[in-house]
Design a protein around this ligand. Structure first.
Ligand code: CP3
Length: 345
């Protein structure tokens, strides 16, 4: 048995203020690490890596071995769910993901039922089982999925878009198709995260990377509400599994997000200040994030002083140290050591 009481991440997510705070980094397994690049080359391409449990386990563990983070995040991608629902998916090197597009009712009707995603995703569940049995006992395993709005933006446009224009257009012109798509993704996400928890994920995180393009009532309906629905379904089955929600770019709407959705922790991007987060978000529970990922490229005194300022501002309540978005491929692996020294030192 792994001992929960030793796990700093679970303690912080349960509401404890810890000094130093637990720390992990978004995209901690990735191209800035030479050992990741080597394993990815062995896999051949990114998707083959995601669907190879031995190699996906290896890259999940690499940053834990190198840095001793308090949490490991499953190595996979938010776009595996669209693929499991029947979308075509491929990655263009140097550019990013490409998918078949959904432009109307027929596209949604052609998707598989949510209950049929597990055959495609079985290798991911095997990775979760492998990592769960290999982790040091003080390290927490985080599973994840994309939130429905962000996943829908990729399924509709067939790629990443600067303003999520195609998804906004479908929402305006064919709300029936748009809402049916959102409902299907929501259902599939509940299935997917429940299966990750069954396989050994101790925490799950929902990434709503494009939440910032939803305004007002749209933010409530298409970011907050689907996330609340997913959390409610998971909590009914797994009341003790904490959920982290990342409505990136939510701005003022970060305040109250935990209460509106039932999330145990809200992840914040670098556009908000730690003082604002302490006063407006941490009052409702654990917070995570805010360090600009550029510091991991530039390093120096600014990295240390910014990291310490975040720790100082949030030390009165539950806090998990993290970046405001994923670490980038041009980050210097040495800067991660400098960051950990600044937080733990
Ligand atoms: O270490 C971890 O954080 C776990 C693994 C993880 C990946 N993607 C691996 C990955 C996680 C949690 C994600 C989430 C993800 N994927 C998001 C949400 C978070 C965010 O960044 O906003 C999104 C939007 C995606 C979709 C996606 N996957 C894009 C747009 C890209 C291309 C951009 C890029 O960085 O190349 C990916 C590819 C991807 N996912 C890589 C990794 C390590 C790089 C692929 C490679 O090795 O070439």
């Amino acid at each position: 048995m792994r001992e929960t009481s030793q796990k700093t991440l679970l303690r912080a997510l349960a509401g404890e203020a810890l000094s130093p705070p637990p720390v992990w980094l978004m995209r901690q397994a990735g191209r800035y690490l030479p050992e990741y690049r080597a394993t990815r080359a062995r896999a051949g391409d990114f998707l083959s890596l995601c669907y190879n449990p031995d190699l996906a386990t290896e890259v999940t563990l690499q940053p834990i071995r190198r840095y001793g983070f308090d949490a490991a995040i499953l190595f996979a991608d938010i776009l595996l769910v669209p693929q499991a629902l029947g979308a075509d998916l491929w990655f263009v090197t140097g550019e990013g993901p490409r998918l078949s597009t959904i432009t109307g009712d027929e596209g949604v009707a052609a998707l598989k039922p949510a209950g049929e995603i597990h055959e495609t995703l079985a290798p991911v569940y095997q990775t979760v089982r492998n990592v769960a049995s290999a982790l040091p006992r003080e390290t927490t395993l985080i599973g994840f999925a994309g939130a429905p709005w962000t996943v829908a933006t990729y399924m509709i446009a067939g790629r990443g878009t600067p303003d999520q224009g195609p998804a906004h257009k479908l929402k305006a012109e064919n709300p029936g198709a748009f809402e049916a798509l959102m409902a299907r993704i929501t259902e599939a996400t509940i299935e997917y995260l429940a299966a990750q928890i069954e396989a050994g994920a101790e925490v799950v995180k929902l990434f709503d990377s494009w939440a910032g393009s939803l305004e007002g009532e749209d933010f409530r309906r298409y970011c907050q509400q689907p996330i609340a629905t997913i959390i409610e379904a998971l909590k009914a089955r797994y009341p003790d599994v904490p959920v982290i929600a990342f409505p990136r770019g939510a701005g003022a709407a970060y305040a109250g997000f935990a209460r509106a959705t039932g999330a145990d922790c809200v992840a914040l991007d670098q556009s908000v200040s730690p003082e604002w987060a302490a006063a407006n978000v941490q009052v409702n529970g654990c917070v995570q994030g805010m360090l600009d990922p550029r510091h991991m490229v530039t390093g120096g005194d600014a990295l240390v002083s910014e990291a310490r300022a975040i720790v100082r501002a949030l030390r009165g309540g539950p806090h998990v140290f993290n970046l405001g978005h994923g670490i980038t491929p041009d980050a210097d692996p040495e800067n991660v050591h400098r960051l950990l020294d600044a937080i733990r030192g």
